[in-house]
Unconditional design. Structure first.
Length: 181
């Protein structure tokens, strides 16, 4: 994704070239965020599953002190726990998508999915990379790229803190105007 500032001064756009209604650009942007947030959750599911699967394969082959790393119960349990978290995220994403298709309001669920995917992606990448040891930092390993690129998920489409603000507001957790001073 290329990101760059654009400046338009004294530009006139004919009505025939306008997309949507005048002065509604911000509203359109806010509306599409729900789709972007659900997409972030859905698109990352396979990446996380692949990272876990690759880690299982790698740790099953890598020998340390006469046994594979996967023979370590902690590694087994941690990878199983991460896969469980991925399945839980899938449930939120699928539920949000089903409701969206049905025309329901999904801001809260889409924000939950977006928050969870950003954090879970970092957790999966960190744990799997740890099991690779130094090999995990080699540029040619998929886990290295996932570790590096996955960070965008907590930033693009609304940072984690924005998701938390939306959730706190939608869940009735923000202070009332009277309590502000």
């Amino acid at each position: 994704m290329d990101t760059a500032p654009l400046f338009f001064e004294d530009v006139r756009v004919p009505k025939s070239n306008r997309i949507g209604d005048e002065n509604q650009g911000f509203i359109y942007q806010m509306q599409q965020f729900q789709e972007e947030r659900m997409w972030a959750g859905a698109a990352s599911l396979k990446l996380m599953e692949r990272s876990i699967s690759d880690a299982v394969e790698y740790t099953g082959q890598r020998q340390v002190f006469g046994a594979s790393i996967l023979d370590n119960q902690y590694v087994q349990f941690r990878l199983a726990e991460l896969q469980t978290e991925v399945e839980l995220l899938r449930s939120i994403v699928y539920r949000a998508c089903d409701l969206y298709i049905a025309g329901e309001e999904v801001t809260t669920l889409a924000s939950m999915a977006k928050l969870k995917v950003g954090r879970l992606q970092r957790e999966v990448a960190d744990a799997c990379l740890q099991f690779y040891g130094g090999m995990g930092f080699m540029n040619e390993t998929p886990i290295s790229r996932f570790y590096r690129d996955g960070r965008l998920c907590s930033i693009g489409g609304g940072a984690d803190e924005i998701m938390l603000k939306i959730l706190a507001k939608n869940l009735g957790m923000t202070p009332s105007p009277k309590g502000r001073g």
